[in-house]
Write a protein that binds this ligand. Structure first.
Ligand SMILES: [Fe+2]
Length: 230
């Protein structure tokens, strides 16, 4: 099974100097058509779909345009929220605009399990709220739930999240409990890879037999994507 991954479109109406926000809508359409042509059974956006506008009304309109691109793709899609999505929307508002069908849920493919993690929390344990987020302060509160899902899985597990747990990346990008998370997944012996966004340059490393794949940001690169074969 092939899974197409992209991340960090940061879509909004005006380009920045480095982040080409406006171009991202067309790039989302292009990448989804590539995934379709490649025979991907699933596409995953690893977060930061949109970016902040001067008015919330514009953020809603932008997210609706992304929804139209998703709906037109003919692909099954999971879309994680990143810190920028969390700055603009609560999870319930985000998925009510984008479509509940795009809210990530654990997927079982044969004996393999795809698990989605939400680290849009401060290390205090409080969830990010609209207007109240911090890209350098993230935390994954539900390690117990993830451990249970891995333990219950029949075979290999793959974990998808926006923020980083690759130990080679800067501490500012990593969740506050990244060491505890890595220790937990290593202990299960079942996790093959963790796939992430957030660090816009992208990265790749392997530790204790687990691949840490960070996909480059769509808003800063021509057309970054990754196809995972499981
Ligand atoms: Fe981002």
């Amino acid at each position: 099974m092939k899974i197409g991954l992209f991340t960090d479109p940061h879509y909004k109406g005006v380009n920045g100097d480095v982040r080409l926000h406006k171009e991202s809508l067309e790039k989302i359409k292009r990448v989804l058509s590539i995934f379709k042509a490649e025979g991907c059974a699933l596409a995953i956006c690893l977060g930061d779909i949109i970016d902040t506008e001067s008015k919330h009304k514009l953020e809603i309109e932008n997210l609706k345009r992304v929804k139209e691109a998703f709906d037109a793709s003919g692909l099954e899609i999971c879309a994680l929220m990143g810190n920028h999505d969390g700055f603009c929307f609560t999870p319930d508002e985000f998925y009510s605009v984008l479509g509940e069908e795009y809210r990530p849920k654990t997927i079982h493919c044969g004996d393999k399990t795809l698990i989605f993690a939400d680290a849009n929390f401060f290390k205090s344990g409080a969830r990010y709220a609209p207007g109240d987020t911090n890209w350098t302060d993230s935390f994954l509160p539900d390690l117990d739930r993830i451990r249970k899902e891995i333990d219950a899985s029949l075979g290999a597990c793959y974990i998808f999240m926006h923020q980083n747990v690759d130990p080679e990346l800067l501490e500012s990008h990593r969740i506050a409990n990244d060491a505890e998370f890595r220790e937990m997944i290593e202990d299960t012996g079942k996790v093959v890879a963790v796939i992430q966004g957030h660090f816009h340059d992208g990265a790749r490393s392997t530790h204790s037999g687990i691949d840490y794949i960070t996909v480059g940001a769509m808003c800063e690169h021509e057309l970054p994507y990754f196809i995972l074969e499981i």
